[in-house]
Design a protein around this ligand. Structure first.
Ligand code: CMC
Length: 429
């Protein structure tokens, strides 16, 4: 991969750094031997210029606004594929043929139930706990319920843990929801497809059967697909870092869920809808645009901006179209929140502040409007992101474990604390 080099002159000494060439995207300076040869570290908090690994899974061109899973553009997958097919693609690298797909579908479907003892585990949580708080705990506890798939050195156990996670996350997310609203848990129904089963587990009650609308199930499936992977974002890097120590996959995914919850990351979908509802009507938009531009105001337009995309987030485009479709299906022609969102987007995209900083709507800007119209409370938005992203996390984790060059992730630091000093007795301080 390295056919070019760059030379770094450090205090008169030349150090040759190999330049690695990717399939697509910027070249990477290979600095792995820099400390040994030059006795210096590199400094890059926030990883703004650092590739932490090589990967074959997902590619983003932030300037063009492109996202590919295993080379396939997200728009094509959104229009033609299904979430489970995308899961197969992310996990195994190729689109499945009919027999492979049927087998994968059966393997996932057969694992949708959770250990019965897990029901009791839920009852230890407060009913008013955020479903994300419950999910972090329950997914972390999966290693206690499924210790037979925690040996990361056994490829078969890695495979079973992967299938278990993809299959059980919707069940756990739906249980977290049911618990928070004081309703009984629904068992999965293996007659239903992945998205319909999730909707049924969330919205069916013993007193009244829930009839899954196929058009809404399709929209749910699409939301899962759009969130399935996004290369080395904060939660995925968290999963990789946790996994680099040899931690089991359930613990690693729980760490990813914890990271995703933050409002700068997956928690932005809840924050974006709450912001749109707070704005309430189009005449208040200028006030909020003003707040977002004010350096002394910590307010940011939630669902806007991205570390990598300096153009439209392609997922936001599909989400916007889906929002119109879903509201149409549900007969909600007049939705004030969608009106505010579209107008906010229009005004922001014409405003110099947002244009100069290349801030565009991201995946979280429109997703909340769709989920809310489907009947989900805002607290369920990030759990839905988490269950969709589980396949991405697990694919990246598997890729890392299988890498023979794998090392524990261990960043260095620029120490700026006190120099060595001697302990002073309490009476003399
Ligand atoms: N509203 C107002 N100003 C913003 C926004 C925003 N949403 N996002 C960035 N900026 C400004 C920021 O103040 C900074 O200005 P300056 O250069 O004058 O200091 C400049 O744009 C660059 O921002 P940054 O924070 O240095 O960029 P970053 O790459 O570190 O952060 C981000 C990316 C996504 C955390 C940020 O854009 C943000 O906080 N957005 C709102 C939260 C959000 O929607 N997050 C979801 C991201 S997509 C899904 C996911 O990852 O889960």
């Amino acid at each position: 991969m390295a056919d070019k080099t760059a030379t770094l002159n450090l205090g008169g000494k030349d150090i040759d750094l190999p330049i690695l060439t990717p399939t697509k995207g910027p070249d990477c300076l290979d600095i792995r031997k820099l400390y040994a040869q030059g006795d210096v570290f590199t400094f890059d908090p926030g990883f703004t210029s650092t590739a932490a690994c090589d990967s074959t899974i997902t590619y983003i061109d932030g300037d063009k606004g492109e996202l590919w899973y295993r080379g396939y553009p997200i728009e094509q997958l959104a229009a033609k594929s299904s979430y489970l097919e995308v899961c197969y693609l992310l996990l195994y690298g190729e689109l499945p043929d009919a027999a492979q797909m049927a087998d994968f579908d059966t393997r996932v479907t057969r694992h949708t139930m959770v250990h019965e003892q897990m029901h009791k585990f839920f009852s230890g949580f407060r009913r008013d706990a955020h479903p994300m708080a419950t999910m972090v705990g329950v997914v972390g506890a999966m290693s206690a319920f499924y210790p037979d798939s925690t040996d990361i050195n056994d490829p078969m156990q890695r495979e079973i843990a992967s299938i278990r996670l993809i299959a059980k996350l919707p069940t756990i997310a739906a249980m977290a929801y049911k618990y928070s609203v004081g309703q009984p848990f629904n068992y999965p129904d293996n007659e239903l497809d992945y998205a319909s089963n999730f909707l049924n587990m969330c919205f069916s009650v013993p007193a009244e059967k829930y009839k899954v609308d196929p058009a809404l199930a399709r929209a749910m499936d699409l939301i899962f697909t759009l969130h399935a992977d996004h290369e080395q974002n904060a939660s995925t890097s968290t999963v990789r870092l946790a996994g680099s120590s040899g931690a089991n996959p359930f613990a690693c995914i729980a760490a990813g869920i914890a990271c995703l919850w933050g409002p700068a990351h997956g928690g932005a979908n809840q924050a974006a809808l709450e912001m749109l509802q707070e704005i309430g009507s189009v005449d208040r938009i200028p006030e909020y645009i003003g707040k977002a531009k004010d350096k002394d105001d910590p307010f940011r337009l939630m669902g806007f901006g991205h570390r990598v995309y300096k153009n439209f987030d392609p997922r936001a485009k599909v989400m916007k179209e889906t929002a119109d479709e879903v509201l149409g299906i549900l007969g909600i022609e007049k939705n004030e929140t969608l009106k505010v969102a579209k107008e906010l987007e229009r005004i922001a995209l014409e405003d110099d502040y947002f244009v100069e900083k290349k801030l565009y709507p991201n995946v979280d800007f429109y997703s909340g409007i769709i989920l809310s119209a489907m009947g989900f409370p805002t607290s369920m938005f990030t759990p839905i992101f988490a269950l969709s992203r589980t396949v991405g996390w697990i694919s990246q984790w598997k890729e890392m474990i299988a890498d023979p060059q794998g090392k524990i992730g261990r960043p260095r630091q620029l120490y700026v604390g006190a120099d060595r000093r001697d302990y002073v007795e309490k009476s003399k301080r």
